[in-house]
Structure formats: C-alpha cells, structure tokens
Design a protein around this ligand. Structure first.
Ligand code: GLN
Length: 492
C-alpha cells in the first residue's frame, strides 16, 4: 500500500488487526517519507529508525502471539520535551544538546505499554517558550501549508510532522497555547487537557502550574485514541489527579451538539488585532454548530485585558525557578575552561540558553525578587484567581466557550515580531492554562492565503470527553480536518 500515511488511527488499528499491513511495513513507510520530505519541513530533531524498527518488530510479534492492544504497532512522534530513555531529549535548547535521558517520561512509557512505535523526537521552541518554533537551537520548522510560514509554537514540530503526514499523531505540551495554536496554524485537532489529567513526570518543566501534555492529530477521533494512552493518575507527579479516566474513544458520540449551550465571550471578538478572515471562519463554524442544534449565548469574560500581563509574570517566574537546575554542573551544557565557579555558572547559562529563554529568566527573577515579589508575583496570582472565577461564572450558564485559537493565521518565518507583539498573539489561549481548564482546537477553514484557521472550544474541568465529542460531531458534518497541507499533497 502506498497511502498508509493517509489512514486515520482507527484505520491503522484495523489494518494492523486485519493483517493488511504489518507494523514494520507501516514504520518503514513513515521512515521513508521522513527521509524524503522532512528536509523541507524540518519537523524532526532526531529520527530513530533502529529503535522504531525494533519496536515495530516487537509489535508484530505481539500481534502474532495474539497479545496486541488496540494501538500496538501504530507510529507516533514525541515533542522533544518528553524524556526518552536512551534517546536525546533537547527541549530545543543548546543547553540539552548532549542530554540523553536515563528514563522515560510517563507519557512515553505509557505509549510503550500501549505498543506505540516511536519514530523520533520533534522540534519545538526552546524550553517551550515561544509561538513560532523559531527559537529552537535546531532552527525553524516550516509550516507544511506554506513553507515560508511558521507552524506555530511551541509544539511546532509536532504539528508540522502530522500536517506533512510524517507521523499519524504526536504528543505536544501546552503551557499557554502550545498545543492549540500550532494545531490551529497547521489545520489540526489538538487537545489541552485539564491541569492534572496527564502526568508531567519526565516532561521538561517550563511553568509547572501551567504545563500540560496532550494529543495533536488530524481529527478528534485520532486525539481520543491518544488521550486514552496519555491520561491518568501518576504517583510520580504529585499534581496529577487521582480520578477515573474516561474512555475518550467510546465517548466520541456521548455529547450531543443538540441543545449544547456555547458561550460567545463579547470581549474576545472585539480584540484589536483579530484578523478579519479568522473572525469570519470562526463565526461560520459557530453558525454550523448552531445549525446542528447548539445554542449560542453571549457571555462576558471581563478579565480579558489581564490575561497577557498575568501570564507573562507567572510563566516567567516559574520558568526562572525551574531553569535554575541548568547550571553547567549536574548535566547539560558546560562552558569551556571556566576560571572559577561564578564564571562556570555565568558562561554555561549565557552560552547554553538562547535570547528568549534569557529574557524570561530575567523577567521572572525580577518578579520574584524581594523588593518586587508582592507588587508583581503575588498580584499576578490574585488576578489569576479572578480569571478562573470569571470562567467558572460563565460555566454556570453555558456548556462550552468558543474563541479563536489565535488572532491570526501562521506568521511568515522571520516576521521579527517584537516580544510584546508575540505575547499578544497568546491572548486566546493563556487564560485557559491560568485557570487549569481543558480546551481543544479544531480546523474550520482557511484565510485568503489558504492558511488554516482554528476554532477553540474551552470546557469546564474534566470535560475532555465532551470537547472531543463535540468536535467529532462537527467533523462528521464537515471536511476541514480532511484537507491536506501543500507538502503532503505534493508527496501524496
Ligand atoms: N506562546 C506561549 C509562551 O511563549 C505559550 C507557550 C507554551 O504553551 N509552551 O509562553
């Protein structure tokens, strides 16, 4: 078969179960595509053909012995922020260019138990800080829809790999939008789960109270398969929630769009900088959901103006603390010939971290310093609570909240946004992390340059099944998620 890369996760699972193809054939097929196409897209930091083929053979043997799971032998890629035993884990940073993890992240380990075959590790903004994937030490990833555009970030490699059909699905992480925004820029479906639903163990920390791993794929159905693998309590992550996990695949039709109350925040559709095409496509998708039986309810989210300043204090504050461990002593990059300990710290960190990471360490350290802690950090925490309350109040009268995932479509590579311009692009995603809520991006059409537009649906705590179900039904009634990026079309 030549079109294995066009099959959905369910089709891959059925094909493997029905012996239409083996995991080895499937894995070889993907490895060939990566070798042929990824030079254009640059989604991978590390391809692991030997390990992948060994895992594929093991999967085939399991299946032959009658011991296969639903996903045994299906390939996946992991964002290079998840530790993978024996395979380089860089977080997109020179600091970790030489880091080979001695253990697997829980998400990776769960993938192995499920029988997934790891094709490699994909590119990302350095330490997940950014919205374009350009801050990676390994260079920019390209958007498969238009190679002179960014795929979004920070999980840009995950998004580009799936959009170019170089992996059937991928893991991502979302601290302030890094699953939803690249999914939006690359025409994919991506779910940011409720904080605590997916283990953070072995996921390199950016801002621990915001970070959450989740699936990125072509459809809600594909995401549901990966959520069934990723979700669940983990004793190794004290913030992971000890609460039953849904069967996200079985629940794909469990929520009816009929009667669903969708909140439309007034403030969101009046944001300066909201692109007219994005606004139009999102409104059309909401009209479609209305035709399918949903009710649109105008709501207020009065704290909207506070999102960007609050997030850009809390996230850098936590980052500055988390990144202290990279000191040139224990692991990671160490400068050449330090003259003393201070020189060792200073130069290892100045040479190992890129400019965006250094900027955030500076902001975060400032906000946490003795003289400013109350004025900035404590204040931001108070505002964070108000933002959460704003959402909880809204959920008293609606089931989900609709928004664009980003105010624009994908930026041009090298657009050279100032840091503040870039931060403003996170307006629709970061409040969800501050509140710890789940949210999903679904592709809903294109702008005038044929770049994908995404609709975001925000749910109440633990409503992942509902979000996947609503998007699944939307995707049964529309075909935006089946459209393929230019690079994928050229290499059909
Ligand atoms: N763009 C946001 C930031 O730079 C979000 C990144 C993320 O979710 N990891 O912080």
């Amino acid at each position: 078969m030549t079109d294995l890369h066009r099959l959905s996760i369910r089709e891959l699972s059925e094909g493997l179960a029905g012996s239409k193809f083996s995991s080895r054939e499937l894995t070889e097929h993907y490895l060939k595509r990566i070798a042929k196409i990824d030079a254009q897209v640059h989604s991978y930091v590390t391809v692991t053909p030997e390990q992948a083929l060994a895992q594929a053979d093991a999967a085939d043997a399991l299946r032959q012995a009658g011991n296969a799971n639903i996903l045994t032998g299906v390939p996946i890629v992991h964002k290079d922020i998840f530790c993978t035993q024996g395979i380089k884990t860089t977080a997109g940073s020179k600091m970790l260019d030489n880091f080979i993890s001695p253990y697997d992240a829980t998400v990776v380990a769960k993938g192995k138990v499920a029988g997934l075959v790891t094709l490699g590790k994909v590119n990302m903004d350095e330490f997940a800080m950014g919205s374009t994937s350009e801050s990676s030490y390994y260079g920019a990833t390209k958007n498969p829809w238009a190679l002179d555009h960014v795929p979004g970030g920070s999980s840009g490699g995950s998004a580009a790999a799936v959009a170019a059909d170089l992996a059937p699905f991928a893991t991502g992480t979302d601290t302030g939008g890094s699953i939803r925004q690249p999914a939006s820029f690359c025409g994919l479906t991506g779910l940011k789960p409720t904080y605590g639903r997916v283990s953070r163990f072995g996921m390199i920390a950016y801002a621990s109270s915001l970070d959450q791993g989740g699936p990125m794929a072509r459809s809600a159905e594909d995401c549901a398969y990966l959520m069934n693998v990723m979700a669940g309590h983990d004793a190794k992550d004290s913030t992971s929630m000890d609460q039953d996990v849904d069967d996200y695949v079985a629940n794909l039709n469990a929520t009816s769009v009929k009667g669903l109350r969708i909140g439309i925040p007034k403030q969101y559709f009046n944001v300066a900088g909201l692109d007219a095409d994005v606004k139009a496509r999102v409104e059309e998708s909401l009209k479609k959901l209305e035709d399918m039986g949903a009710t649109l309810v105008e709501i207020d989210l009065n704290m909207t103006d506070a999102y960007v300043p609050t997030y850009y204090l809390i996230a850098p504050a936590e980052a500055s603390s988390n990144l202290q461990r990279f000191d040139g002593v224990r692991y990671g990059y160490r400068c050449e010939n330090p003259v003393d300990l201070t020189d060792l710290y200073k130069r290892s960190r100045s040479e190992g971290f890129g400019p965006e990471v250094q900027r955030r360490i500076l902001i975060g350290t400032y906000a946490l310093s003795a003289g400013y802690y109350d004025a900035y950090y404590v204040k931001a925490q108070k505002v964070r609570r108000l933002i959460q309350q704003d959402f909880l109040k809204a959920f008293e009268s609606v089931d989900v909240i609709a928004a664009p995932s980003a105010p624009t479509t994908a930026y041009k590579i090298g657009a050279n946004l100032t840091p503040v311009e870039m931060y403003l692009g996170d307006i629709y995603t970061i409040a969800v992390n501050l509140a710890g809520l789940p949210a999903i991006n679904a592709p809903v059409g294109f702008d005038k340059d044929n770049l994908p537009v995404g609709l975001q649906l925000i749910g109440n705590y633990w409503s992942e099944s509902q979000l996947l179900s609503v998007v699944h039904q939307y995707q049964q009634a529309t075909d935006w998620h089946t459209k393929r990026a230019a690079v994928a079309e050229e290499n059909a």
